[in-house]
Write a protein that binds this ligand. Sequence first.
Ligand code: BDP
Length: 703
Amino acid sequence: MISTVFFRVGVWMAAGGMASCAFAEDGYRLWMRYEPLPEATVAQYKPHATAVVVPGSSKTTQAIRHELVTALTGMLGIPVHVASAVERHGAIVVGTPQSSPLIAALDLPLKELGPEGYCIRSVMLDGHQVTVVAANSEVGALYGAFHLLRLMQSSIPLERVALREKPRIRLRMLNHWDNLDGVVTWGFGGKSLWKWDELPGKVDERLRDYARANASIGINGTVLNNVNSDARSLTREYLVKTAAIADVFRPYGLRVYLAARFSAPMEIGGLKTADPLDPGVATWWREKADEICGLIPDFGGFLVKANSEGQPGPRTYNRTHADGANMLAAALAPHNGVVIWRAFVYDYKPGYDRAAAAFDELAPFDGKFALNVLLQVKNGPIDFMPREPFHPLFGAMPRTPLVPEFQITQEYMGRNIYLAFLAPMWREFFDSDSYAKGEGSTVAKVADGSLDGQRITGIAGVANTGDDRNWTGHHFGQANWYAFGRLAWDHTLTSEQIAREWIKMTFSNDPAVVAAITRIMLESREAIVDYTMPLGLHHITRDHYRPGPWLSVLQHPETIREDWGSVYYHRADEKGLGFDRTKRGSNAVNCYQPEVRDRFADLATCPEKLLLWFHHVPWDHRLRSGRTLWEELAMHYHRGVEWVLAVRGKWASLSGAIDAERHVDVARKLEIQLATAYHWRDACLLYFLQFSKQPFPKECKME
Ligand code: BDP
């Protein structure tokens, strides 16, 4: 099968599919490459796509015109012109009922599409086809224009196009863990895109491309600095620089937010305390918010990591998280800003379970936060492991808007080395049933506010961008930025839909190539789970990349805390393996609603992919496959390695079907991925062997 597929790819190549590439294939253009389309598609689009009508003179309308003209010229290979009205032939018309008399006359159903939605319609005007992109706002029109280009990049016929879109979640944000010295924490795509030394005098042109990329997938907010924040970000000196960035982002509907250090009133304000109930502190923050919004009128708000991993916060003063968040919220309320308070809090106490810490600390505050406070909760209860059960706060705080926090950067997913497509992981999260209001109370419904009628909703992704030419370090890392935006806009999209869209725009429109790469992408995350954390065996890593099941604070003081080591999590002994979170153990399973709790707590019903997350399982316990735990564990490690081996071969056979530059880059990374997969398998199995004392299954060859 594979050989026929690649034979066809070869024929396509010979027919000149890759010819005429004027750009270096370094990945800079992301999914906005606008490569020449096949002749048949050009012939189809030509009559109505060579004139662009985008009334208006704002920066957003200029951006729409520029994008359309560049894209259409690239894709059609013929001159495209900007017209002020539909002329003798067809056209693409983009605007709002206010800006375009044609759109006003069409009386399209825009009302229920809100400020960011749009509709795309093909209509006939004097016998000519006109493709209309209409929205209530200019930014909605920009989103619609990008959607139209996405359709065209995939050669989709436009004669009958009639679609309406609006985002399911309101605040769709990237979180940058960028530090003022340019280093990006767990960033693997180079240094920070924000060149603080050069700003505000010099604004890097690249920021516009960053904003374009975000707008193309509907991302409308970005937190510029690390959650472990530096108070200097809030000084006048840096605010002026931030304002210069915000000016570039504004036309693209991208609002700027800042991570706020809770102790800033002391560090940069000269106050003696940062106690949230101190009137002087509240005044300082109010004045700071006024100052920021004076410089950046559409400032989004503050993201706060408080009393977590050494960060200051209200607990330092014996105040609650709600006290801290509400004080900041009051400062921002007059400016329509929000406070996004992070739920990533866990204080080590002997005998405690980190998986229940945030739940214990925050669930009691449901209903106690001000209206403009959102609580940002990681998708799982520990920390961005390749697989976690959904965080139990989802479904437990109906009176608080919960913002799921995903990690796009691959902190625990192989940095910029692994080919890892994360949409399946995020889908798994969205599809999880919290049972908060009975069956069907999915986490997606909690996030989009439909379960509890939230007024304001949000979602955040820890960004994987940097100043590398290809933005994300790994060419496939771009797919995760893309997937995050697409799912933030519409969490009902399937991973396959997203992968196919991205591949067509990024690599090739050839069906055989699309099918081959889609398959690799869709399988990639599970394979990484197989060789890094089979059966829910989590957090057994050294430096978040390599295996380190032996790490315990007693023997390796550099791990600092017991719950930053591995032994704390896997609990291997002669009897078995895994963290018992049932009643017999930490009982963290009790944070979930009864239906979920009972399913996880029973060894017979617990999904095997989470078995060792919730149970300490005897080595000879039989799994559904009939294998013992030890055998099954070994098989998973083995399967993960086999996958990388196979993909290395599949990727090699794509040589010639995609450009050599990116092909070679990815091939090199697969070599390293393979070496680390072997390392994970061998290190973990040899380590656990001392406890299981059982032979490896025959199929699982150890070199
Ligand atoms: C962990 C990272 C750490 C972050 C922390 C967070 O290792 O650098 O500061 O998450 O989310 O995954 O605050």
